[in-house]
Design a protein around this ligand. Sequence first.
Ligand code: LLP
Length: 443
Amino acid sequence: MIRGSRCEVPPSPWIKEINGQLWAEEVPFSSLAERYGTPLYVYSALAIRTAFQSISQALEGIPHFVAYAVKANGNPTILRLLAGLGAWADTVSGGELFWAHRAGIPADHTLMSGVGKTEKEIEFALRLGIRSLNIESVEELEVVQSVASSLGCQARVGVRLNPHIDPHTHPYIATGIHGTKFGLEIEEAREALKQISKSPILTLECIASHIGSQITELDAIEESAFLTSLFFEEAIKEGHTPHVLDLGGGWPLAYGDEESSVPSHQAFGQAIRRGIEKSGWLERAQKHKGLFLVVEPGRAIVGEGGALLTRVLFVKRSPSKRFVIVDAAMTELIRPALYGAYHAVVPVINPARPPLDKADIVGPVCETGDFFALNRPFPEVKRGELLILRSTGAYGAAMSSEYNGRPKAAEVMADGSKAHLIRPRGKWEDLHVDPAWPFLASE
Ligand code: LLP
Protein backbone atom coordinates (compact mmCIF):
# COMPACT_ATOMS: atom_id res chain seq x y z
CA MET A 1 0.00 0.00 0.00
CA ILE A 2 1.14 3.54 -0.71
CA ARG A 3 0.23 5.74 2.22
CA GLY A 4 0.65 9.41 2.80
CA SER A 5 -2.47 10.86 1.25
CA ARG A 6 -6.06 10.63 2.40
CA CYS A 7 -6.29 6.90 2.37
CA GLU A 8 -4.67 3.75 1.21
CA VAL A 9 -4.51 3.06 -2.49
CA PRO A 10 -4.65 -0.51 -3.75
CA PRO A 11 -1.24 -1.88 -4.67
CA SER A 12 -0.29 -1.47 -8.28
CA PRO A 13 1.30 -3.93 -10.67
CA TRP A 14 3.51 -1.17 -12.03
CA ILE A 15 4.10 1.61 -9.50
CA LYS A 16 6.77 0.48 -7.07
CA GLU A 17 8.71 2.09 -4.29
CA ILE A 18 12.42 1.34 -4.58
CA ASN A 19 14.96 2.96 -2.24
CA GLY A 20 12.49 5.59 -1.15
CA GLN A 21 11.28 6.67 -4.56
CA LEU A 22 8.52 5.68 -6.96
CA TRP A 23 9.21 3.87 -10.20
CA ALA A 24 7.05 3.34 -13.27
CA GLU A 25 7.77 -0.32 -14.05
CA GLU A 26 11.59 -0.25 -14.14
CA VAL A 27 12.02 3.48 -14.71
CA PRO A 28 12.13 6.09 -11.91
CA PHE A 29 9.42 8.74 -12.29
CA SER A 30 12.09 11.34 -11.50
CA SER A 31 14.11 10.42 -14.59
CA LEU A 32 10.97 10.62 -16.75
CA ALA A 33 10.33 14.14 -15.42
CA GLU A 34 13.86 15.13 -16.28
CA ARG A 35 13.71 13.67 -19.76
CA TYR A 36 10.23 14.75 -20.82
CA GLY A 37 9.26 17.56 -18.46
CA THR A 38 6.02 17.94 -16.52
CA PRO A 39 3.07 17.72 -16.49
CA LEU A 40 3.49 14.28 -18.01
CA TYR A 41 1.14 11.36 -18.44
CA VAL A 42 2.93 8.10 -17.70
CA TYR A 43 1.35 4.79 -18.72
CA SER A 44 2.35 1.22 -18.11
CA ALA A 45 2.20 -1.32 -20.91
CA LEU A 46 2.25 -4.08 -18.28
CA ALA A 47 -0.73 -2.68 -16.35
CA ILE A 48 -2.81 -2.21 -19.50
CA ARG A 49 -2.07 -5.72 -20.78
CA THR A 50 -2.78 -7.22 -17.36
CA ALA A 51 -6.12 -5.41 -17.01
CA PHE A 52 -7.25 -6.39 -20.50
CA GLN A 53 -6.44 -10.03 -19.89
CA SER A 54 -8.05 -10.06 -16.47
CA ILE A 55 -11.35 -8.77 -17.92
CA SER A 56 -11.28 -11.37 -20.65
CA GLN A 57 -10.56 -14.13 -18.10
CA ALA A 58 -13.51 -12.97 -16.01
CA LEU A 59 -15.76 -13.97 -18.92
CA GLU A 60 -14.22 -17.38 -19.47
CA GLY A 61 -16.75 -19.94 -20.60
CA ILE A 62 -18.88 -17.29 -22.33
CA PRO A 63 -18.21 -16.74 -26.05
CA HIS A 64 -17.06 -13.14 -25.89
CA PHE A 65 -14.90 -10.28 -27.15
CA VAL A 66 -13.62 -7.27 -25.27
CA ALA A 67 -14.20 -4.03 -27.19
CA TYR A 68 -12.05 -1.28 -25.72
CA ALA A 69 -13.98 1.99 -25.24
CA VAL A 70 -11.69 4.29 -27.19
CA LYS A 71 -13.11 7.38 -25.44
CA ALA A 72 -11.27 6.44 -22.24
CA ASN A 73 -7.92 7.06 -23.91
CA GLY A 74 -7.43 7.22 -27.66
CA ASN A 75 -3.65 7.46 -27.64
CA PRO A 76 -2.51 5.71 -30.86
CA THR A 77 0.12 3.61 -29.08
CA ILE A 78 -2.39 2.42 -26.50
CA LEU A 79 -4.78 1.50 -29.31
CA ARG A 80 -2.05 -0.42 -31.12
CA LEU A 81 -1.08 -2.23 -27.92
CA LEU A 82 -4.69 -3.30 -27.38
CA ALA A 83 -5.16 -4.19 -31.04
CA GLY A 84 -2.21 -6.54 -30.63
CA LEU A 85 -4.02 -8.27 -27.78
CA GLY A 86 -7.06 -8.85 -29.97
CA ALA A 87 -9.20 -6.03 -28.57
CA TRP A 88 -12.25 -4.92 -30.46
CA ALA A 89 -13.14 -1.22 -30.44
CA ASP A 90 -16.16 0.64 -29.12
CA THR A 91 -16.31 4.09 -30.68
CA VAL A 92 -18.55 7.13 -30.44
CA SER A 93 -17.45 9.41 -33.29
CA GLY A 94 -15.93 9.42 -36.76
CA GLY A 95 -12.65 10.46 -35.16
CA GLU A 96 -12.55 7.46 -32.86
CA LEU A 97 -13.52 5.15 -35.73
CA PHE A 98 -10.64 6.57 -37.72
CA TRP A 99 -8.18 6.07 -34.87
CA ALA A 100 -9.31 2.47 -34.27
CA HIS A 101 -9.02 1.75 -37.99
CA ARG A 102 -5.54 3.29 -38.13
CA ALA A 103 -4.47 1.26 -35.11
CA GLY A 104 -5.29 -1.87 -37.08
CA ILE A 105 -8.53 -2.91 -35.38
CA PRO A 106 -10.58 -4.55 -38.15
CA ALA A 107 -13.88 -2.90 -39.07
CA ASP A 108 -15.59 -6.19 -38.37
CA HIS A 109 -14.40 -5.84 -34.76
CA THR A 110 -15.59 -2.26 -34.37
CA LEU A 111 -18.88 -0.94 -32.99
CA MET A 112 -20.19 2.59 -32.84
CA SER A 113 -22.69 4.15 -30.45
CA GLY A 114 -23.64 7.78 -29.86
CA VAL A 115 -26.89 9.73 -29.75
CA GLY A 116 -25.85 12.25 -32.38
CA LYS A 117 -24.02 10.69 -35.28
CA THR A 118 -23.68 12.94 -38.31
CA GLU A 119 -24.31 11.74 -41.88
CA LYS A 120 -20.61 12.04 -42.52
CA GLU A 121 -19.84 9.75 -39.58
CA ILE A 122 -22.51 7.26 -40.62
CA GLU A 123 -21.17 7.23 -44.16
CA PHE A 124 -17.62 6.64 -42.91
CA ALA A 125 -18.79 3.77 -40.69
CA LEU A 126 -20.69 2.18 -43.57
CA ARG A 127 -17.81 2.56 -45.99
CA LEU A 128 -15.48 0.89 -43.49
CA GLY A 129 -18.10 -1.83 -42.98
CA ILE A 130 -18.10 -1.82 -39.18
CA ARG A 131 -19.74 -4.65 -37.28
CA SER A 132 -22.60 -2.61 -35.85
CA LEU A 133 -23.86 0.94 -35.88
CA ASN A 134 -25.76 1.02 -32.61
CA ILE A 135 -28.66 3.35 -33.16
CA GLU A 136 -30.11 5.44 -30.36
CA SER A 137 -33.25 6.88 -31.96
CA VAL A 138 -35.81 5.79 -34.55
CA GLU A 139 -34.97 8.88 -36.60
CA GLU A 140 -31.33 7.81 -36.73
CA LEU A 141 -32.43 4.51 -38.22
CA GLU A 142 -34.02 6.37 -41.13
CA VAL A 143 -30.84 8.34 -41.73
CA VAL A 144 -28.68 5.19 -41.67
CA GLN A 145 -31.06 3.65 -44.19
CA SER A 146 -30.91 6.63 -46.51
CA VAL A 147 -27.10 6.96 -46.32
CA ALA A 148 -26.72 3.21 -46.98
CA SER A 149 -29.08 3.35 -49.92
CA SER A 150 -27.21 6.27 -51.47
CA LEU A 151 -23.97 4.31 -51.06
CA GLY A 152 -25.68 1.21 -52.46
CA CYS A 153 -24.66 -0.92 -49.51
CA GLN A 154 -26.22 -2.90 -46.68
CA ALA A 155 -26.00 -1.66 -43.09
CA ARG A 156 -25.54 -3.80 -40.01
CA VAL A 157 -27.17 -2.01 -37.11
CA GLY A 158 -27.65 -2.50 -33.41
CA VAL A 159 -30.44 -1.28 -31.18
CA ARG A 160 -29.29 0.31 -27.95
CA LEU A 161 -31.79 -0.28 -25.21
CA ASN A 162 -32.32 2.06 -22.28
CA PRO A 163 -33.38 -0.52 -19.71
CA HIS A 164 -34.21 1.97 -16.96
CA ILE A 165 -31.73 0.76 -14.36
CA ASP A 166 -30.12 3.06 -11.84
CA PRO A 167 -26.46 2.03 -11.52
CA HIS A 168 -26.01 4.35 -8.49
CA THR A 169 -22.96 5.98 -9.95
CA HIS A 170 -22.28 9.71 -10.43
CA PRO A 171 -25.40 11.17 -12.14
CA TYR A 172 -23.30 12.57 -15.02
CA ILE A 173 -22.22 9.06 -15.99
CA ALA A 174 -25.49 7.17 -15.41
CA THR A 175 -26.81 6.44 -18.88
CA GLY A 176 -29.46 3.74 -18.60
CA ILE A 177 -32.24 5.51 -16.75
CA HIS A 178 -35.30 6.87 -18.54
CA GLY A 179 -34.94 10.61 -18.86
CA THR A 180 -31.27 10.38 -19.87
CA LYS A 181 -30.61 10.90 -23.55
CA PHE A 182 -29.17 7.45 -24.22
CA GLY A 183 -30.68 4.45 -25.94
CA LEU A 184 -34.29 3.55 -26.66
CA GLU A 185 -37.00 2.79 -24.16
CA ILE A 186 -38.49 -0.65 -24.71
CA GLU A 187 -41.50 0.43 -26.80
CA GLU A 188 -39.32 2.54 -29.12
CA ALA A 189 -36.81 -0.30 -29.31
CA ARG A 190 -39.62 -2.60 -30.46
CA GLU A 191 -40.62 -0.03 -33.05
CA ALA A 192 -36.99 0.05 -34.24
CA LEU A 193 -37.03 -3.74 -34.63
CA LYS A 194 -40.15 -3.46 -36.81
CA GLN A 195 -38.56 -0.82 -39.02
CA ILE A 196 -35.45 -2.93 -39.46
CA SER A 197 -37.60 -5.95 -40.41
CA LYS A 198 -39.28 -3.90 -43.14
CA SER A 199 -36.06 -2.56 -44.60
CA PRO A 200 -34.27 -4.39 -47.43
CA ILE A 201 -31.09 -2.51 -46.49
CA LEU A 202 -30.83 -2.86 -42.72
CA THR A 203 -29.88 -6.00 -40.82
CA LEU A 204 -30.08 -6.29 -37.05
CA GLU A 205 -26.64 -7.38 -35.89
CA CYS A 206 -26.57 -6.32 -32.25
CA ILE A 207 -28.65 -5.65 -29.18
CA ALA A 208 -26.84 -3.27 -26.87
CA SER A 209 -27.03 -1.40 -23.60
CA HIS A 210 -24.68 0.64 -21.46
CA ILE A 211 -26.17 1.75 -18.17
CA GLY A 212 -23.26 3.79 -16.89
CA SER A 213 -19.67 4.05 -15.89
CA GLN A 214 -17.94 2.99 -12.66
CA ILE A 215 -20.71 0.55 -11.69
CA THR A 216 -20.01 -0.85 -8.26
CA GLU A 217 -23.44 -2.38 -7.66
CA LEU A 218 -23.44 -5.83 -9.13
CA ASP A 219 -27.23 -6.14 -9.03
CA ALA A 220 -27.45 -3.28 -11.55
CA ILE A 221 -25.19 -4.89 -14.13
CA GLU A 222 -26.82 -8.29 -13.59
CA GLU A 223 -30.26 -6.77 -14.21
CA SER A 224 -29.00 -4.93 -17.28
CA ALA A 225 -27.47 -8.15 -18.64
CA PHE A 226 -30.75 -9.92 -17.97
CA LEU A 227 -33.05 -7.34 -19.59
CA THR A 228 -30.79 -6.73 -22.58
CA SER A 229 -30.36 -10.43 -23.29
CA LEU A 230 -34.10 -10.94 -22.86
CA PHE A 231 -34.64 -8.32 -25.56
CA PHE A 232 -32.13 -10.18 -27.73
CA GLU A 233 -34.35 -13.27 -27.34
CA GLU A 234 -37.38 -11.15 -28.28
CA ALA A 235 -35.61 -9.94 -31.43
CA ILE A 236 -34.94 -13.54 -32.43
CA LYS A 237 -38.61 -14.40 -31.93
CA GLU A 238 -39.46 -11.50 -34.24
CA GLY A 239 -37.37 -13.17 -36.93
CA HIS A 240 -34.12 -11.23 -36.60
CA THR A 241 -30.73 -12.89 -36.54
CA PRO A 242 -28.49 -10.75 -34.33
CA HIS A 243 -25.06 -12.11 -33.43
CA VAL A 244 -23.79 -9.65 -30.83
CA LEU A 245 -25.06 -9.03 -27.32
CA ASP A 246 -23.29 -5.82 -26.31
CA LEU A 247 -23.48 -5.03 -22.59
CA GLY A 248 -21.44 -1.82 -22.70
CA GLY A 249 -18.77 -0.78 -20.22
CA GLY A 250 -18.96 0.21 -16.59
CA TRP A 251 -16.37 -2.19 -15.18
CA PRO A 252 -15.24 -0.32 -12.07
CA LEU A 253 -11.86 0.75 -10.78
CA ALA A 254 -10.77 1.18 -7.16
CA TYR A 255 -9.55 4.76 -6.84
CA GLY A 256 -8.84 4.49 -3.13
CA ASP A 257 -11.60 6.57 -1.51
CA GLU A 258 -14.42 4.03 -1.72
CA GLU A 259 -16.41 3.26 1.42
CA SER A 260 -16.70 -0.41 0.55
CA SER A 261 -14.64 -2.65 -1.63
CA VAL A 262 -14.95 -2.29 -5.39
CA PRO A 263 -16.03 -5.49 -7.20
CA SER A 264 -13.22 -7.41 -8.87
CA HIS A 265 -13.27 -8.17 -12.59
CA GLN A 266 -14.15 -11.72 -11.65
CA ALA A 267 -17.19 -10.62 -9.61
CA PHE A 268 -18.35 -8.24 -12.35
CA GLY A 269 -18.03 -11.00 -14.94
CA GLN A 270 -20.01 -13.37 -12.70
CA ALA A 271 -22.82 -10.80 -12.38
CA ILE A 272 -23.02 -10.58 -16.17
CA ARG A 273 -23.06 -14.36 -16.37
CA ARG A 274 -25.96 -14.61 -13.90
CA GLY A 275 -27.97 -12.12 -15.98
CA ILE A 276 -27.44 -13.86 -19.31
CA GLU A 277 -28.02 -17.28 -17.78
CA LYS A 278 -31.36 -16.23 -16.32
CA SER A 279 -32.66 -15.07 -19.71
CA GLY A 280 -31.53 -18.26 -21.46
CA TRP A 281 -29.16 -16.32 -23.71
CA LEU A 282 -26.02 -18.09 -22.46
CA GLU A 283 -27.45 -21.50 -23.20
CA ARG A 284 -28.41 -20.38 -26.68
CA ALA A 285 -24.91 -18.92 -27.30
CA GLN A 286 -23.24 -22.08 -26.09
CA LYS A 287 -25.39 -24.21 -28.42
CA HIS A 288 -25.26 -22.07 -31.53
CA LYS A 289 -21.92 -21.00 -32.92
CA GLY A 290 -21.65 -17.38 -33.98
CA LEU A 291 -23.44 -15.71 -31.08
CA PHE A 292 -21.27 -13.79 -28.69
CA LEU A 293 -21.15 -11.30 -25.90
CA VAL A 294 -19.27 -8.04 -26.30
CA VAL A 295 -18.28 -5.87 -23.34
CA GLU A 296 -16.95 -2.34 -23.74
CA PRO A 297 -14.74 -1.43 -20.80
CA GLY A 298 -12.63 1.69 -20.97
CA ARG A 299 -11.75 2.79 -17.44
CA ALA A 300 -11.01 -0.73 -16.21
CA ILE A 301 -8.51 -1.34 -19.02
CA VAL A 302 -6.45 1.85 -18.91
CA GLY A 303 -7.42 3.66 -15.69
CA GLU A 304 -5.01 2.14 -13.20
CA GLY A 305 -2.23 1.98 -15.76
CA GLY A 306 -1.83 5.74 -15.97
CA ALA A 307 -0.42 8.37 -13.63
CA LEU A 308 -0.16 12.11 -14.08
CA LEU A 309 3.29 13.29 -13.04
CA THR A 310 3.42 16.89 -11.90
CA ARG A 311 5.84 19.25 -10.17
CA VAL A 312 5.11 21.50 -7.21
CA LEU A 313 5.43 25.10 -8.34
CA PHE A 314 4.71 26.85 -5.06
CA VAL A 315 3.50 26.18 -1.56
CA LYS A 316 1.36 29.02 -0.30
CA ARG A 317 0.31 29.28 3.30
CA SER A 318 -2.49 31.59 4.19
CA PRO A 319 -3.78 31.79 7.74
CA SER A 320 -6.67 29.54 6.80
CA LYS A 321 -5.11 27.15 4.34
CA ARG A 322 -2.09 25.47 2.81
CA PHE A 323 -2.14 25.45 -0.98
CA VAL A 324 0.11 23.13 -2.92
CA ILE A 325 0.22 24.65 -6.39
CA VAL A 326 1.35 22.21 -9.06
CA ASP A 327 2.08 22.53 -12.78
CA ALA A 328 -0.77 20.21 -13.85
CA ALA A 329 -4.30 21.56 -13.83
CA MET A 330 -7.91 20.82 -14.68
CA THR A 331 -6.75 21.14 -18.29
CA GLU A 332 -4.89 17.83 -17.93
CA LEU A 333 -7.31 16.15 -15.50
CA ILE A 334 -10.82 17.53 -15.18
CA ARG A 335 -12.33 14.64 -13.21
CA PRO A 336 -12.00 16.24 -9.73
CA ALA A 337 -13.54 19.52 -10.97
CA LEU A 338 -16.29 17.88 -13.01
CA TYR A 339 -17.36 14.97 -10.82
CA GLY A 340 -15.66 15.67 -7.49
CA ALA A 341 -13.62 12.56 -8.34
CA TYR A 342 -10.92 11.34 -5.99
CA HIS A 343 -7.39 10.63 -7.20
CA ALA A 344 -4.64 9.68 -4.80
CA VAL A 345 -1.79 12.21 -4.85
CA VAL A 346 1.55 10.76 -3.81
CA PRO A 347 5.05 12.32 -3.60
CA VAL A 348 7.57 10.58 -5.85
CA ILE A 349 10.41 10.79 -3.31
CA ASN A 350 9.80 9.36 0.12
CA PRO A 351 6.15 8.59 -0.72
CA ALA A 352 5.27 7.07 2.65
CA ARG A 353 5.90 10.17 4.74
CA PRO A 354 3.03 11.00 7.10
CA PRO A 355 0.60 13.85 6.47
CA LEU A 356 1.51 17.24 7.91
CA ASP A 357 -1.92 18.82 7.88
CA LYS A 358 -4.70 19.45 5.37
CA ALA A 359 -3.97 21.06 2.04
CA ASP A 360 -5.67 22.02 -1.20
CA ILE A 361 -3.75 20.67 -4.17
CA VAL A 362 -4.47 23.03 -7.04
CA GLY A 363 -3.37 23.90 -10.57
CA PRO A 364 -2.47 27.24 -12.19
CA VAL A 365 -5.73 27.71 -14.14
CA CYS A 366 -7.88 30.74 -13.35
CA GLU A 367 -10.84 28.85 -11.91
CA THR A 368 -11.60 28.11 -8.27
CA GLY A 369 -12.71 24.72 -9.55
CA ASP A 370 -9.17 23.98 -10.69
CA PHE A 371 -8.24 21.55 -7.93
CA PHE A 372 -7.10 17.97 -7.53
CA ALA A 373 -7.84 17.71 -3.81
CA LEU A 374 -9.49 19.90 -1.21
CA ASN A 375 -8.71 19.77 2.49
CA ARG A 376 -6.80 16.55 2.11
CA PRO A 377 -4.34 15.45 4.81
CA PHE A 378 -1.08 15.76 2.92
CA PRO A 379 2.62 15.53 3.75
CA GLU A 380 4.92 18.50 3.74
CA VAL A 381 6.16 19.14 0.19
CA LYS A 382 8.45 21.81 -1.19
CA ARG A 383 8.76 23.76 -4.42
CA GLY A 384 10.26 21.56 -7.13
CA GLU A 385 9.07 18.23 -5.72
CA LEU A 386 7.37 15.69 -7.95
CA LEU A 387 3.96 14.18 -7.25
CA ILE A 388 1.87 11.61 -9.07
CA LEU A 389 -1.88 11.55 -9.42
CA ARG A 390 -2.83 7.92 -9.52
CA SER A 391 -5.35 6.02 -11.64
CA THR A 392 -5.56 8.71 -14.29
CA GLY A 393 -5.10 6.58 -17.42
CA ALA A 394 -8.81 6.77 -18.28
CA TYR A 395 -10.65 10.02 -19.01
CA GLY A 396 -7.52 12.01 -18.13
CA ALA A 397 -5.60 12.97 -21.27
CA ALA A 398 -8.72 12.09 -23.27
CA MET A 399 -10.68 14.92 -21.64
CA SER A 400 -7.87 17.44 -21.60
CA SER A 401 -8.12 20.93 -23.07
CA GLU A 402 -5.92 23.85 -23.98
CA TYR A 403 -7.79 26.36 -21.84
CA ASN A 404 -5.70 29.24 -20.50
CA GLY A 405 -3.23 28.78 -23.36
CA ARG A 406 -1.94 25.52 -21.97
CA PRO A 407 -0.60 23.11 -24.59
CA LYS A 408 -1.45 19.43 -24.09
CA ALA A 409 0.82 17.42 -21.81
CA ALA A 410 3.29 14.92 -23.22
CA GLU A 411 2.59 11.20 -22.72
CA VAL A 412 5.06 8.35 -22.24
CA MET A 413 4.64 4.59 -22.02
CA ALA A 414 6.84 2.63 -19.65
CA ASP A 415 7.54 -0.92 -20.80
CA GLY A 416 9.96 -2.74 -18.55
CA SER A 417 13.16 -0.71 -18.34
CA LYS A 418 12.26 1.39 -21.41
CA ALA A 419 10.07 4.46 -21.78
CA HIS A 420 8.71 5.66 -25.11
CA LEU A 421 7.34 9.08 -25.91
CA ILE A 422 3.85 8.34 -27.19
CA ARG A 423 2.56 11.90 -27.52
CA PRO A 424 4.82 14.92 -27.82
CA ARG A 425 4.10 17.94 -25.68
CA GLY A 426 1.95 20.56 -27.41
CA LYS A 427 3.50 23.87 -28.37
CA TRP A 428 2.44 27.48 -27.78
CA GLU A 429 2.69 28.25 -31.47
CA ASP A 430 0.38 25.37 -32.44
CA LEU A 431 -2.32 26.86 -30.23
CA HIS A 432 -2.23 30.06 -32.18
CA VAL A 433 -2.45 29.23 -35.85
CA ASP A 434 -4.15 32.15 -37.62
CA PRO A 435 -5.54 30.94 -40.95
CA ALA A 436 -7.06 34.37 -41.67
CA TRP A 437 -3.66 36.09 -41.77
CA PRO A 438 -3.11 38.66 -43.41
CA PHE A 439 -6.77 39.69 -43.02
CA LEU A 440 -6.72 42.87 -40.86
CA ALA A 441 -2.96 43.11 -41.29
CA SER A 442 -3.15 46.47 -43.12
CA GLU A 443 -5.69 48.08 -40.81
N1 LLP B 1 -19.69 2.02 -23.89
C1 LLP B 1 -20.41 3.14 -24.00
C2 LLP B 1 -21.54 3.17 -24.94
C3 LLP B 1 -20.08 4.28 -23.22
O1 LLP B 1 -20.80 5.38 -23.35
C4 LLP B 1 -18.99 4.22 -22.34
C5 LLP B 1 -18.61 5.38 -21.52
C6 LLP B 1 -18.25 3.02 -22.25
C7 LLP B 1 -18.64 1.94 -23.04
C8 LLP B 1 -17.05 2.87 -21.36
O2 LLP B 1 -17.38 2.99 -20.02
P1 LLP B 1 -16.31 2.59 -18.89
O3 LLP B 1 -16.05 1.13 -19.00
O4 LLP B 1 -15.10 3.37 -19.11
O5 LLP B 1 -17.00 2.92 -17.64
N2 LLP B 1 -15.73 10.86 -18.25
C9 LLP B 1 -16.32 9.99 -17.26
C10 LLP B 1 -16.75 8.67 -17.85
C11 LLP B 1 -17.70 8.83 -19.02
C12 LLP B 1 -18.08 7.52 -19.64
C13 LLP B 1 -18.86 7.71 -20.89
N3 LLP B 1 -19.22 6.50 -21.56
C14 LLP B 1 -15.33 9.81 -16.10
O6 LLP B 1 -14.26 10.39 -16.14
O7 LLP B 1 -15.66 9.14 -15.11
